[in-house]
Design a protein around this ligand. Sequence first.
Ligand SMILES: Cc1cc2nc3c(=O)[nH]c(=O)nc-3n(C[C@H](O)[C@H](O)[C@H](O)COP(=O)(O)OP(=O)(O)OC[C@H]3O[C@@H](n4cnc5c(N)ncnc54)[C@H](O)[C@@H]3O)c2cc1C
Length: 428
Amino acid sequence: MTEKIVIIGAGAAGIGAGLALQALAVPFVILEASDRVGGRAYTDKTSFTTHWDQGCSWLHCADVNPLVSWADKLGAVYESEDNSEKALFWSENHWLDMPERSSVHRHITNRFASIYATAKQGHDVPISAIPDHDGIGAVIAKTMVQLMCSDEPERASAAGYADYIDTNVNWVVTSGYGDLINRMAVGLPIRTGTEVSAITYRRGGVSVQTNSGQIDARAAIVTTSTNVLRSGKIDLPSGPVQQLLNLIEEVPCGTYEKIAIALEHYPFDPLDNEAVWINPDPGINPVYFQIARGGQPMLIAHVAGSQARDLVNAGANAMVDFATQNLTTAFGSSVQKLICGTAATSWQTNRFIQGGYSCARPGAGNNRRNMIDLDTGVIAFAGEAFSLPWYGTAHGAYQSGKDVASRLALHLNLKKSNLNRYLALFKQ
Ligand SMILES: Cc1cc2nc3c(=O)[nH]c(=O)nc-3n(C[C@H](O)[C@H](O)[C@H](O)COP(=O)(O)OP(=O)(O)OC[C@H]3O[C@@H](n4cnc5c(N)ncnc54)[C@H](O)[C@@H]3O)c2cc1C
């Protein structure tokens, strides 16, 4: 069968691409390998009596985030306040007092400023090579960098990191970010359970090989994670596409996982805080627990990099034990009696995702820019890894899908009648 454009992947990028093509009245189909829509945007509604987001949960850069207007349009509920500085810290057997907490926040601000300053000087070095002081502030800042890169600071380029334009306004979607992305996709032609194994050129376009047959199209937009692309699971032609794959090799996804612990009630006042940091031992990474909003009391541990990889490999029970031990260290063994449910993610071992989100390796700080600039013709690429100012995020993925689809539609010689729609889309 012949479609005009085939989109591979129904995550935020694929949906962004689909919505753009729909607005331009260009025929398309979205092929999704898994049995659900959303990719790394996934609101789990079955593990607990309440929902929780296994993937994205914050509208990052919320003051400029294009998905905020979608949230408003579709009636999603989000916290329109940034509370990220409101955190409890447990370290070296005590809860930090206010002056100590302020000092940690100052340290974090300075640490991120030094990463951006290093990048501005043109140094494409590992983030870990930028000198820092000792102490709890440094340990927390290191873990924050690790969460933001989904990998160790040793494996992240300072120059690549600083492409992200952070407005420092982050709002949680309490009704579920995955749910929002799903609702944006309602009505789009999406075929789930359709895994793409190869894309080849043919006269006048491309042929897309799937587990349920071949689809011929004028063009394809690939939106899978960089780790899926690096794994070679989709056979792609030589030429500029291979050039792109070479660049992607140094922009892999790290690992980012969550462990949700549902509680009868919180062992502290949750209203004044957004998170709890627990640092059981100065020699290891502290653990960040997000305080869930919008339902059952729940603390969600976020882990990244090799620690997350080890935990996923050890299995869901080991992940839950890890989170429980940390909570016990800070709140005492009585906290265990409050636990009424648990769940853990496994993005790393999900064969259609294979990781957290993309991060440029030291020395490859320019690769993301080059990936975006490279013209790969009728086999185009989009996704979180292809956003410069908002890489690693759901809204960056959405915007990249929308931009790539609009450009491709123009490249395929839109009918004149559609040109006005195209121009209108860019004004949005
Ligand atoms: C734990 C975690 C927490 C996060 N937190 C946040 C956050 O708070 N805020 C934020 O903005 N971002 C966050 N992110 C990042 C955000 O979720 C992603 O950047 C974004 O969802 C990626 O969208 P995408 O469309 O680029 O890729 P994906 O969501 O990976 O979509 C690609 C799709 O392609 C499909 N696919 C793969 N292989 C094939 C194939 N062969 N054939 C057909 N289909 C295929 C996949 O199943 C998937 O559905 C988080 C990510 C993780 C893992």
